[in-house]
Design a protein around this ligand. Structure first.
Ligand SMILES: C[S@@+](CC[C@H](N)C(=O)[O-])C[C@H]1O[C@@H](n2cnc3c(N)ncnc32)[C@H](O)[C@@H]1O
Length: 273
């Protein structure tokens, strides 16, 4: 983040139209008509605002919320920053739902899995995952400032964690996966070029590993771009789409299914042979 940013929690500059909601309403009424503008105003007033969701922080005395626009992330390399998505924490209950959905449906025992959050920000998802007895709960984040905040948060909740927590400050493309089964959480952290490189890194490391392993990737905010990139990797089979009325909280579960070349030369998932 730029040093001029008053706080990692702050996003809107003084020029933001939302600093003056009455002006926004008046402009909208001119454009849409009074009643349509009123409907949108009500929808906005009643909607869930993730930036203002400080419930986890109030419960735990942490600082995991807020928003940091991409331009304020402390990422030195321009092309990496252009591909980075802003910092915005996912709601704790969604992370819990994602994990518990897997405990039930395609059963996983957290003790057999390491949890990794790609683009962990201030660490909320990683710390929520650490409520479960994963082998490890790991957050990887490119911003040094956000990583420092995540580590402070981890100190504050460590007595409540059922899993060892680690935060690494690194580019997701450079992260070496732990051995064993993996639960790789992604909340729409970066653009398609980096996602492609990250997935090919995961695939290559999975192929190189000597032990059979299960790799699950729940992708939150399952936009068409991410789906298209996953589609380029047939080894990551799309096994579940969770539909949510708020599109930001739709997620898709991908599961690593190693491919094997058959005698007829076809490249098929091992489970379909
Ligand atoms: C939408 S936030 C996700 C926050 C967190 N995962 C959660 O669920 O609460 C995306 C995060 O990805 C980080 N990020 C973007 N590009 C990255 C990269 N190449 N390597 C690691 N982290 C990156 C951003 O700095 C940002 O904090």
């Amino acid at each position: 983040m730029k040093s001029s940013a008053p706080s990692p929690k702050t996003s809107a500059g003084a020029e933001s139209p939302w600093d003056s909601p009455i002006d926004v309403f008046q402009e909208s009424a001119k454009e849409l008509g009074f009643w349509m503008a009123l409907r949108y105003a009500l929808i906005y007033a009643l909607s869930y605002k993730p930036v203002d969701d400080t419930r986890y922080d109030r419960q735990h005395g942490t600082d995991t919320s807020g928003i940091v626009p991409t331009r304020d992330l402390d990422i030195a390399d321009d092309s990496t920053r252009w591909q980075a998505n802003l910092f915005l924490a996912s709601p704790a209950r969604i992370t819990r739902y994602m994990i518990e959905a897997q405990l039930g449906a395609a059963p996983i025992n957290p003790q057999d899995y390491s949890f990794v959050d790609y683009g962990s920000g201030k660490g909320r998802s990683t710390l929520v995952a650490a409520e479960y007895p994963f082998k490890r709960a790991i957050g990887i984040e490119i911003s040094a400032e956000l990583t420092a905040i995540a580590r402070q948060n981890a100190e504050r909740v460590k007595s409540r964690c059922a899993a060892p927590v680690e935060f690494f400050c690194t580019d997701a493309r450079k992260f070496l996966l732990p051995e064993g089964n993996l639960f790789l959480h992604m909340y729409h952290p970066f653009g398609q070029d980096i996602l492609r490189e990250v997935l090919s890194g995961i695939r290559d490391q999975a192929i190189a590993s000597e032990q059979p392993r299960r790799i699950l990737i729940p992708y939150l905010f399952s936009v068409a771009m991410a789906k298209a990139v996953f589609h380029e990797f047939p080894e990551f089979r799309r096994t579940r789409d969770v539909f949510c009325m708020n599109p930001q909280y739709r997620w898709t579960l991908y599961e690593w299914v190693p491919h094997t070349t058959t005698s007829d030369g076809a490249n098929k998932p091992a489970s379909l042979l």
